[in-house]
Design a protein around this ligand. Structure first.
Ligand code: CO
Length: 277
């Protein structure tokens, strides 16, 4: 048995995406370009409508998966194949873009808090051109477990304390947990030893991750290992813990296209321009 610890700390960078949505980019910025298989992590959080109202109008994706986890607010998802989905507080959408989709994500509110995460997870070379697939998961389908006193965990993907998250059939075998810790509470997580992982504190002041203090809005990259100790401080805290199997494949990346070679990127741009998405 080996304990995971924090090997790097990253703070989100303030930026804007879509039609001007203000957000913090945590993975996918100069301080942490990627953490195989994770390509991007954004936290959007604002109660000022001007920061989010313009939304994410139609844009393409090819070669990876986008995962939207909503903490507060409402967005409507729509794509060019006629699929629509409501993103409400507590829901998760795991979208496998595969060979290509065009979609939009637009706020369905004119005031109030909009808060959540978007994570990009790479696809293995053999599945980059798979058919697009959606897993739209309503809040009530996400199991809530209490594996220790003062600990509550929503299991979005993977398994914890006999609960299996509803997201299924993902090639990188992800674990995605939303962990709430009361003061002093402690939890030991078992993680696949070679999965790459991170923890990110998004509410409260700080949590202890692998025995070290991780402050709010700070992402800790985890070492390899099969155990991770999480402990509350003297204030309640909430964090996401995410881990997945690294692909160890070449990455060619251009905006919303993530492939293995520059040639495949040129092909993606040509296909997009030719209306083949
Ligand atoms: Co998108």
């Amino acid at each position: 048995m080996s304990d995971r610890h924090i090997t790097r700390r990253i703070r989100g960078m303030d930026t804007a995406d879509g039609a001007g949505v203000k957000l913090k980019r945590i993975i996918g910025q100069p301080g942490l370009d990627m953490l195989d298989p994770f390509l991007l992590l954004d936290e959007f959080r604002s109660d000022q409508a001007d920061d989010y109202i313009a939304g994410f109008p139609e844009h393409p994706h090819r070669g990876f998966e986008t995962v939207t986890y909503m903490l507060a607010g409402n967005m409507l998802h729509r794509d060019n194949h006629g699929n629509t989905g409501k993103l409400v507080a507590g829901s998760v959408q795991w979208m496998t873009a595969g060979r290509g989709i065009l979609h939009s994500e637009m706020p369905q509110q004119e005031a109030g808090l909009m808060w959540g995460f978007q994570l990009w997870v790479n696809l293995p070379a053999a599945q980059k051109m798979t058919a697009p697939r959606y897993q739209d998961i309503a809040p009530e389908r996400i199991p809530v477990v209490h594996p220790a006193e003062g600990v509550e965990v929503r299991v979005l993907a993977g398994e914890l304390a006999g609960a299996v998250g509803p997201v299924e059939g993902i090639p990188t075998a992800p674990l995605y947990l939303d962990v709430s810790l009361q003061p002093g509470a402690a939890l030991t997580l078992q993680l696949p030893p070679a999965h790459h992982g991170f923890a990110y504190v998004f509410d409260g002041d700080a949590a202890l991750v692998g025995g070290e203090t991780l402050r709010r809005s700070e992402l800790g990259v985890l070492s390899d290992g099969d155990r991770l100790q999480l402990t509350g401080t003297d204030q309640p805290a909430r964090l996401i813990v995410v881990a997945a199997r690294p692909l160890n494949e070449p990455v060619a990346r251009y905006g919303p296209f993530v492939m293995n070679t520059p040639e495949q990127i040129h092909e993606a741009i040509a296909d997009f321009r030719a209306g083949k998405f």
